[in-house]
Design a protein around this ligand. Structure first.
Ligand code: CAA
Length: 308
């Protein structure tokens, strides 16, 4: 057995088996029409899948759809999408304000607020409403243990993490996170969905807060926030240090603004709770910014001003 493929499943090591019959995902339900949910809706619709984009109110779901429509129009103007492809993708998305509209989904991706209680309640409800017995319930969580979400359902074998990166239409990576209860069939089905249907690169991570990318990225973003707080350099110069000095596409503070300072703080808290390492603890400045409504790009101001 190739050790790198071995994975602990309920106390035993197993090896990947050849897939048996795997039903392709055709109908995707997305819960949460914020920046991640709408990005996921866009890539699914562009892949020709039928998408139901659900939020707590129809107005929120419609705002998500409007965001997808803008993004598709930009892609058409850039020439990466024809007018027909844009219309087809848009027509593939239906909005909903009631989770019961996800009853027929083959796969649901939960992309709601990064709050464990809210997500746990959503998984409990999804378990009630999603009718297909082999439907997959996935979470786009950045840091909440998948096992806790799975425990809210009666089908933990069909629950896993499916973590996209912002901006979803641009970033090629998706992290796939099976819990100790996730079946091999569920994992393979979701890897085929993300890799083949959506054309993303997939990596598989164990069910530990932060998975691979955020365990590395978030301490770096928090360190940059601490530098601002201690006056080491200006926000502009800290970012220039990493773009001009290390060829990062974006400095850590603009990246934190893009992700959302509330989300960065929530991920830091979840990582700190899991590992109790000071490097994961959000600094007071970041908390004050969030409490003051300075959430980054989505609120118009964070470490930088986006009002213009
Ligand atoms: N939607 C669709 N396309 C977008 C987009 C969006 N929101 N934002 C940018 N793009 C496209 C542009 O249209 C452009 O496409 P073409 O090259 O085909 O013309 C391309 O991306 C580059 O955009 P720009 O030229 O406008 O700007 P840029 O060169 O500065 O790139 C960026 C913008 C892609 C965001 C780039 O700065 C970047 O890669 N930044 C790092 C992003 C990153 O690290 N994301 C991961 C965050 S961590 C996370 O999401 C996980 C978590 O749990 C916290």
């Amino acid at each position: 057995m190739r050790r790198s493929y071995a994975r602990l499943r309920g106390g035993r090591w197993d090896r990947p088996r050849r897939e048996g019959h795997m039903t392709a995902v055709k109908h995707v339900g997305i819960v949460g029409a914020g920046q991640m949910g709408r990005g996921i809706a866009e890539v699914c619709a562009r892949a020709g899948l039928s998408v139901t984009l659900c939020d707590t109110t129809e107005a929120r779901a419609r705002a998500g759809l409007a965001g997808v429509a803008d993004s598709l129009l930009r892609a058409e103007k850039k020439g990466t999408l024809t007018c027909e492809e844009r219309a087809h993708a848009l027509a593939g998305i239906t909005v909903a304000a009631d989770l019961s509209r996800l009853a027929g989904a083959d796969l649901v991706v939960e992309a709601a607020v990064e709050d464990e209680r809210a997500k746990t309640e959503l998984f409990r409800r999804l378990d009630e409403v999603v009718a297909q017995p082999d439907a997959v319930l996935a979470s786009n969580t950045s840091s909440i243990p998948i096992a806790r979400l799975a425990a809210a359902t009666r089908r933990p074998q069909s629950v896993l993490g499916l973590h996209f990166f912002n901006p979803v239409p641009v970033m090629p990576l998706v992290e796939v996170i099976p819990s100790l209860h996730t079946s091999r069939a569920t994992e393979l089905r979701v890897r085929a969905f993300a890799g083949e249907a959506l054309g993303k690169r997939t990596i598989v991570a164990q069910d530990r807060a932060g998975f691979v990318v955020n365990s590395l990225l978030v301490p770096y973003l928090l360190a940059a926030a601490r530098m601002v707080a201690s006056g080491t350099a200006t926000a502009e110069d800290i970012d220039t240090g990493m773009t001009a000095g290390c060829a990062h596409p974006m400095g850590p503070l603009r990246l934190a603004d893009l992700i959302g300072l509330d989300t960065v703080t929530a991920i830091g808290d979840a990582l700190y709770e899991e590992y109790k390492e000071p490097l994961y603890a959000p600094p007071p400045l970041l908390r004050r910014m969030v409490e003051s409504g300075l959430l980054g790009r989505k609120s118009g101001r964070g470490f930088f001003n986006y009002a213009a």
